[in-house]
Design a protein around this ligand. Structure first.
Ligand code: HEC
Length: 186
């Protein structure tokens, strides 16, 4: 490419030097000069395009790597925060038996009522108004398969299967705070 351009320049120079001053020659020289200028430009553009492309690709790659790094740091942080939250929750729950009973009671409320005001499945006695020790004894008896008042002892045994004694005591403590409503027989 460069050789061509130089050749054109030289040719243009020769034409000029040869002293031909007529219009046609002038036009030919002008054309040749313009052509060589174009070629030089095209050549430069090609080089700068290639450079640009490489630079763009590099920038893209760098961004990608940076993004990945940020992502991994984020994921790690979220995970650590989640772990910390869980630990805090566990500590809080362990230190507040009232709350622990409340949390555990959520799965009982569907049958027995939020405040122990329902006869579960139309069969059980009301939980509201019972003492913590009575409740604890009944629950332990269900867990051990030793209580069955309305033929549903096994259902209650299943409910308590995964619970520790400390869970049952916390539950009994919490349930014993339910007030007997007017009209309840218990
Ligand atoms: C699917 C409904 C259901 C769920 C859920 C349930 N229970 Fe029961 N519960 C019953 C039934 C039915 C009985 C009666 C069982 C029997 O035949 O002795 C009962 C009996 C009881 C009794 C004895 C009441 C009494 O004075 O005789 C207590 C206490 C009790 N449940 C507490 C709980 C606790 C605490 C939970 C949650 C861990 C729970 N129940 C979950 C249905 C349920």
């Amino acid at each position: 490419m460069k050789k061509n351009i130089s050749l054109l320049m030289v040719m243009a120079g020769i034409v000029l030097l040869s002293g031909c001053k007529d219009k046609e020659t002038e036009q030919a020289v002008a054309k040749a000069t313009a052509q060589s200028a174009k070629l030089v430009k095209a050549h430069d553009t090609k080089i700068s395009d290639a450079t640009k492309q490489t630079a763009t690709q590099l920038a893209k790659d760098t961004t990608q790597v940076a993004k990945k790094a940020v992502e991994s740091v984020k994921t790690h942080a979220v995970h650590t925060i989640a772990e910390a939250k869980k630990t805090i929750q566990e500590v809080v729950v362990a230190q507040a038996p009232g709350d622990r009973g409340k949390v555990l009671y959520q799965k009982c409320a569907g049958c027995h009522g939020e405040q122990g005001e329902k006869q579960a499945l139309g069969k059980s006695a009301l939980l509201a108004g019972q003492s913590a020790s009575d409740l604890a004894n009944k629950l332990i008896a269900y867990k051990e398969g030793k209580r069955n008042v309305a033929g549903m002892g096994n259902l209650m045994k299943t409910q308590l299967a995964s619970m520790q004694k400390s869970d049952i005591l916390a539950l009994a403590e919490y349930i014993s705070t339910f007030q007997t409503k007017k009209g309840n027989t218990k």
